[in-house]
Each structure stands twice: as structure tokens, then as C-alpha cells.
Design a protein around this ligand. Structure first.
Ligand code: SF4
Length: 407
């Protein structure tokens, strides 16, 4: 008998405007989102109506141990709206004592009172999308906030943590923004450390189709840091954060002891999770299921989806949570790596088949093991840190080739 997931992601697609590098499912609402008596705009209220309908439509509800409110910019919502959402889970699924309830927030989209409101609503962990402390880089990336907004947000969060109002918070930065040089990046990291965030996420910039950045690159108007500059940025990140007591527990994530993201671990471990909201992807038990990305299609889907039909499409105990290649990819992202033999057994391979396929994979990975990118302790394989974690792409590309060859 399958177990219902204990984790839920909720997508809030609203942003003030679209940043120049972003291709997420977002609805830009402009700089002045009307907030009347704390109940927000008509567009937001309508969306929340459909979102709650979807949350309630699941029959197999179990108490949740992690909830993640992401976006978009969830902090454009009023604290009362966040409270309503958490209450829906509390009353219908149950929330474990000690559950981790995370919310993404953007500087300049909330004030200190809002933060207190979100905490009173039940949020105990925040993820602040600072991206850079440099006003020039922020402006060039199409971000709406500036240095002062970040400093205020960090001070409020630091105080909330110090006063025991929240359990943890994370500061998110983007490495390799256009125009970022080594000295600017170093200064970003140093400024971040002033506020003592217990967790820091360092994301690489990806240039996605359809974004302003992509267009500017095509027009020759945007230059990204070279591979060499990028490598030096990674090196300095490792050095500064590790010397400050942070452990790199995943390719993009550093934390002080006890502050890892429990919710994100569910994804990396390939465990099941619910997901609700426009464009979001769930994987409760079986294949992944992505909701429509456009508002009108999402609303139509919520109205049309019959409860039983939705559950039918999600309940398929025959399908493993993830394909083996995806499990290896996710497993190699985390510091402890992955036990390949154990995975092969879970895959249903007998000893002979496991040995043959392991042999082929190790042949593919020979150069990475020789140059120290990939290490192993018995059957557990992991990327070295920092070199392996910084150069993980090639290891993964070759693993995907192995997977295609043996299928
Ligand atoms: S705030 Fe975040 S989700 Fe919204 S447009 Fe910018 S990067 Fe995308």
C-alpha cells in the first residue's frame, strides 16, 4: 500500500514584474498591487479560490511535515491570505508538530509588519531572493529591489531568528550575473555574511529561451562572465563560505549545522510530494504531473478535473517515483552522494545485470574518477567538493548517455 506524501509545494505565480532572466510560470501584476483591507487584488483572490479548490480535491490526505510556499513572489500576498492557505492544510491534511513551513520572500515586496504577520500565520522558515547586493547588477537583471531593501529585509530576518520567532532563513544569491567580476562577487558574499543567514543558496545563472537576457545575448548586447571567471567565482564562494562555517550539502546550497532545507531534501531523495497551483509539478507516488501553465487553462483544469480522475492519474504504484537516471542525477547533487548498488536493486536488477551495468557506467566515468571529480566509498559515489560539484555537468551528461545506451 502506498503512503501519501508528507510534503506539499504551493505555487504563488504573482510577481510585480518579470525579471530579465526568468522563465518561470509567473503573472506580472505591476508595481502597485492593490491591497484593500488586506485581501489583495481580484486576480489574486480568484487564483486563491482555485488553488484551495485543488488542495481540497485530494482524497488521500496525510499530515504534512514540510510545506513550501514558492513562486513567483508569495510575499505579494497578505499575511491573512497566507494564514488561510496554511489553515486549509491544517484542517484538512493536518500539520505535524515541528513541521517546516517555508515561504519565499522578495525584498521590497513586504515590510516588517508583513513579516510578523507571515510568522503568526505559521511560517517558520524564509527564503529571501536577494540575488545581489549590487544596485547596478540588480537593475541590469530587471530586479525591482535595491541594496537598502535587502539590508532591511536581512535585519528583520536576523532579528526574528535571534528572538526565536523563526527557525531558520536562507539568503539566495545568483553567481555569474552579467557584469559581475570577481571583486564584486566577493563583496556580495562578504555583505551576505554580515547578516549571518543560517543558510545560503548560490544559484548559477541559466540563460533560458524567451527571456530578455537571451534576446540581449543574441543581439550581442550582453556579456556573461567567461568560463574562467565563472570558475574563479565558484572557487571564492567555496573558500569564503567554508571559512565562515558553512557546509556545502548540495551543489547550490550551503548551511550552518542544523539549517538544511528539509523540504528540498524530499526532492533530492526522490520521495513523493504534493504540488498545487498553476504550472507546478507534483510527484505523489508514480509519474510526475504538471498543471497547466496559463491561468485560464489552470482554472479550466481545476473545474473540469473530477476528483477521482485526478487521483487515478496520480495513483500508479507500478511506476517508480523517478527513473533511475534521474535518481542518480539527484543523488549526486547532495554531499553524501548515492549508493549505486542499492539503487540497482531497487530498480529490480539481479546481481548479474547490476554488475554488467555498473561496469559500463564505471567505464564511462573512468576519467572523472582518475581526475578526482568523482569519488567513491564502497558502493557510494559522490562528487568531490569543490571541483566535482562545480564541474558536475559532464559527469551527468555521460551518465545520461550510459542510460540511453543500456535501454
Ligand atoms: S521575482 Fe522571481 S519568480 Fe518573479 S520574475 Fe523575478 S525571478 Fe521570476
Amino acid at each position: 500500500m502506498f503512503k501519501a506524501p508528507r510534503s506539499a509545494y504551493i505555487h504563488i505565480p504573482f510577481c510585480h514584474r518579470r525579471c530579465f532572466y526568468c522563465d518561470f510560470t509567473v503573472i506580472p501584476l505591476g508595481d502597485k498591487i492593490e491591497s484593500i483591507d488586506g485581501f489583495g487584488s481580484k486576480t489574486i483572490n480568484e487564483y486563491l479560490f482555485f488553488l484551495q479548490k485543488e488542495i481540497l480535491s485530494i482524497k488521500h490526505k496525510s499530515p504534512l511535515s514540510t510545506i513550501y510556499i514558492g513562486g513567483g513572489t508569495p510575499s505579494v500576498l497578505d499575511p491573512a491570505q497566507i494564514k488561510d492557505l496554511i489553515n486549509v492544510f491544517e484542517s484538512n491534511y493536518g500539520i505535524d508538530n515541528g513541521a517546516e513551513i517555508t515561504m519565499e520572500i522578495d525584498p521590497a515586496s513586504f515590510n516588517k509588519n508583513d513579516l510578523i504577520g507571515f510568522i503568526r500565520a505559521g511560517v517558520n522558515r524564509f527564503s529571501l531572493g536577494a540575488q545581489s547586493f549590487n544596485n547596478n547588477l540588480l537593475e541590469k537583471a530587471g530586479r525591482r529591489h535595491g541594496l537598502k531593501d535587502i539590508e532591511n529585509s536581512c535585519l528583520w530576518l536576523r532579528d526574528a531568528k535571534k528572538n526565536g520567532l523563526i527557525r531558520s532563513w536562507s539568503l539566495d544569491l545568483i553567481q555569474d550575473l552579467p557584469g559581475s567580476k570577481l571583486d564584486l562577487w566577493k563583496s556580495d558574499l562578504e555583505k551576505a555574511l554580515i547578516f549571518q543567514p543560517p543558510h545560503i543558496s548560490i544559484y548559477d545563472l541559466n540563460i533560458e529561451d524567451g527571456t530578455v537576457f537571451k534576446r540581449l545575448i543574441e543581439l550581442g548586447k550582453l556579456t556573461l562572465p567567461s568560463d574562467e571567471e565563472s570558475f574563479l567565482n565558484s572557487e571564492i564562494t567555496n573558500l569564503i563560505l567554508k571559512n565562515s562555517g558553512y557546509s556545502r550539502y548540495e551543489i547550490s546550497n550551503y548551511s550552518l549545522p542544523g539549517h538544511q532545507s528539509r523540504h528540498n531534501r524530499v526532492y533530492w531523495k526522490g520521495l513523493g510530494w504534493w504540488s498545487f497551483g498553476q504550472g507546478s509539478t507534483s510527484s505523489p507516488w508514480g509519474s510526475k504531473f504538471t498543471r497547466p501553465k496559463l491561468s485560464k487553462d489552470y482554472k479550466k483544469w481545476v473545474i473540469n478535473q473530477c476528483e477521482i480522475k485526478l487521483e487515478d492519474s496520480l495513483i500508479n504504484t507500478e511506476i517508480p517515483y523517478l527513473d533511475l537516471d534521474e535518481k542518480i542525477m539527484l543523488g549526486l547533487r547532495v554531499k553524501e552522494g548515492i549508493n549505486l548498488k542499492k539503487l540497482f536493486i531497487e530498480q529490480g536488477w539481479d546481481e548479474a545485470k547490476s554488475e554488467i551495468n555498473l561496469g559500463k557506467l564505471l567505464k564511462t566515468w573512468k576519467k572523472y574518477r582518475e581526475n578526482g571529480t568523482l569519488c567513491n566509498q564502497g558502493d557510494r559515489f559522490f562528487l568531490s567538493d569543490p571541483i566535482g560539484m562545480d564541474l558536475s555537468n559532464q559527469v551527468l551528461i555521460d551518465m545520461f548517455k550510459w542510460w540511453d545506451d543500456i535501454n
